[in-house]
Design a protein. Sequence first.
Lengths: 180, 388
Amino acid sequence: MKSLYEIRFSGSGGQGIITAGMVLGEGASLFDGKYVVQTQSYGPEARGGACKTELIIADYPVNYPKPILADILLAMSQAAYDKYIHEIKDDAFVVVDSSLVQYKPAKGVYPVPITKLAAEEVGLKVTANVVALGVISSLTKIASYEALERALLSRVPRGTEEINKKALALGKKLEFKDNV
Amino acid sequence: MLFYKLFKDKDGRKVGFVQANEACIEAALLAGMRFFAGYPITPSSEMASVSSEKLPMYGGKFIQMEDEIAAMTAVCGASMAGLKAMTATSGPGFSLKQEAIGYAAMNEIPCVIVNVQRAGPSTGLPTQVSQGDVMQARWGTHGDHPIIVLSPSTVVETADLTFDAFNLAEKYRTPVILLMDETLAHMREKITLPAENELKLVERKRATVPPSDYRSFDTRFGDVPPFEPYGGKYHFHITGLTHDEMGFPIVEPDDVVKAMDRIHRKINNNLDDIVKVKQFQTDDAEILLVSFGTPVRTCLGAMEIGRKEGLKIGVLQLQTIWPFPDKAVLNLAKKIGKIFVVELNMGQIINEVQRASQGKSNIKGINKYDGLFISPDEILSHILESKG
């Protein structure tokens, strides 16, 4: 584990990208005891087009609040992938929603059909952001499942707790391969 | 609708992963704020939104007014009636509030005004960051007037300086401005709110004389007059006109000077209590970065990187920007030969740094005004460029 991670989640407005960032931030800071700062695209740029949230998760207080080169990139749309795939570190984890994005296989690039899994395995397409969180937690260990689940359940609408737990847990069952 | 939740930590304190806008209102509620009047405007809107949800739970009142002018006058009225009151806005709204801010300064009405800066002039760039309102915060309303302006750089500091803002407002019977910026306003970090018994709250001085002997601008008890709620047992006159101790208009030159001197003296004689700065690695610094608000964090980032490359950088953070921290700037200017003033505008606070440093140091500005936040690389490249 590194002592500081720069993280970028990106996709289209409506995919729950920012909510995913809030859940990760809250879980890591309040329940895993990390230092976290989260920022997000705001205003016109957040609607419809490319949408992103950025986090820094560290073992010590964070000064400059914005990531430059990502250690972890989540790309949930083609536009997001094309825009941010070059702004990563050499040893970065890149999680690509392969049901939506044409990507170039490479070391550290993990294709997961996130939206398809949400629709078919969880049974609710809009849980794709939660599936993505589970995948990222399993793959990178950036936040514990327990912390994410606690933060998640404090934010989801009443009555959707079980399906969200199922979506988050999906990541535990998957096997990940890069460079395929 | 609230987009955050507070949890209890193991010591029973409330913790949350919140935006600075949300942290400000949570802190204000703990500081005793019981009245918020506002006209929501980006990037401050969350403050009105959170206030509208939470104030009723605390027995307080939230009013969405017809415009920013009315919001500020409502805040003056609520505070005169005895409540701790605030409003929040951004550039265009801050411009509209200026008349009533002057009224608050003249009548010594404690209140807190938050300005989350966005790029201007006029409606400018509503969703983008700026620090272009530094001089407006000081001189936006007409006439010589005292004002206190605080500027936080983290979510935690937003909560801390919100407490300070309410305490200073009550202690000195003055409007206090919390000058934030868009980047901070929408940034999330963890806050831990103090437990109720840990709060050190200041309440305004109340009258110790009977109503028959009350003067609304009494000078018998020091430079800060006791303030009784308007509409209570104590009847008094209040006006924006220059006034005597009874609150009635005056024109006699000696009386005018006396009144003006006192409202300034109550601030200027207490600079050690009011003015706060933070220093980072200034002991051995050869280059000093002076900044305020969120860009302080970029300065600290540049300091970390620069020091690894042998650049002895230190940082002076101005938490209080008005009254300007003359003493701290002069002391550092005397020992550090190069000062860079980092601000997200075309150069405002740099003029104060130049004045305060009395020619003791070589001062340059690092300015960014394209609506984006500044990065450590941008600061470092300016430093390296000036080295040649």
